[in-house]
Design a binder for this molecule. Structure first.
Ligand SMILES: NC(=O)c1ccc[n+]([C@@H]2O[C@H](COP(=O)([O-])OP(=O)(O)OC[C@H]3O[C@@H](n4cnc5c(N)ncnc54)[C@H](O)[C@@H]3O)[C@@H](O)[C@H]2O)c1
Length: 251
């Protein structure tokens, strides 16, 4: 992709303090975007901000995307700070609370749904309203779902349900918003080397690796590149799509 493919775009990225979200911020900054990095972890998010190619008025904002009041406040701050709406949004914030169905708690389920699904919904809704009110001509929302949302996984009933929900949200929003020049797509990562997968024991990782045709975990940069493609005008005729970035893993 040509360098500078996001020049002049304001890009809001949630989950920006770590893993995939941080990598998206770094790549988007290199591509000329003004990055609005959003995370609940303030200190780590400031580290992301410090790691961005300088010069484009990037900012780091603290918000809990699972809370409507926090999301409202976030968009008020964005309105105050910038004269235009973000035309790129990447919803990467997410959590896991893994356990077998018969052992998992209702609290685990509620937490995972609140961040992964409701949080993605709240940010998508607020961003869409702002883009609609400004009649943008090239909006792009990219939701980070998971291959587990398509195929399920042992120990991840709550997570798989949340990520399947993100796919349904993406497809529905794309049908509503495409005629207003706002595309909505999802990326479905496989197993990616981030703090989210750090806890996986080596033995389990070796088992997972055997299922991946490319025989290796993905890197956050692999997902960032897919997000860049969907954010940029290179994917101008793609909406409602689910792009699998899994090294061939198809569970
Ligand atoms: N790592 C993988 O193998 C993998 C695979 C498939 C999908 N995903 C998805 O990719 C996304 C990013 O995951 P990652 O691997 O980078 O994980 P990560 O744990 O490294 O990063 C997640 C970030 O989300 C932030 N976050 C959590 N709750 C939040 C909230 N309520 N409000 C704002 N920010 C919040 C965290 O602080 C963290 O910075 C997630 O949605 C995850 O489900 C990851």
């Amino acid at each position: 992709m040509a360098a500078g493919s996001l020049i002049g775009r304001i890009a809001l990225v949630t989950g920006s303090a770590s893993g995939i979200g941080r990598s998206v911020c770094q790549l988007f900054a290199k591509q000329g975007a003004t990055v609005v990095a959003v995370d609940v972890q303030e200190k780590a998010n400031m580290e992301t901000l410090a790691s961005l190619l300088p010069g484009n008025n990037h900012c780091a904002l603290t918000a809990d995307i699972s809370k409507p009041a926090s999301v409202n406040e976030l968009f008020e701050k964005i309105k105050d700070s910038f004269s235009a709406a973000p035309t790129v949004v990447v919803n990467s914030a997410g959590i896991i609370r893994d356990n077998l169905l018969v052992r998992a708690t209702e609290e685990n389920f509620d937490e995972v749904i609140a961040v992964n699904l409701k949080g993605t919904y709240l940010v998508t809704q607020a961003a869409a309203k702002m883009m609609l009110s400004e009649k943008v001509d090239c909006g792009s929302i990219v939701n980070v779902s998971s291959i587990v949302g398509k195929g399920g996984n042992i120990g991840q009933c709550n997570y798989a349900a949340s990520k399947a929900g993100v796919i349904g949200l993406t497809k529905s929003a794309s049908k509503e918003l495409s005629r207003f020049n706002i595309r909505v797509n999802a990326v479905l990562p496989g197993f990616i080397n981030t703090p989210m997968t750090d806890w996986v024991p080596e033995k389990v990782l070796q088992g997972i690796m055997k299922l991946i045709p490319m025989r290796k975990l993905g890197q956050p940069e692999d997902i960032a590149e897919a997000c860049l493609f969907l954010a940029s005008k290179n994917s101008a005729y793609i909406t409602g799509a689910c792009l699998e970035v899994t090294g061939g893993l198809n569970i």
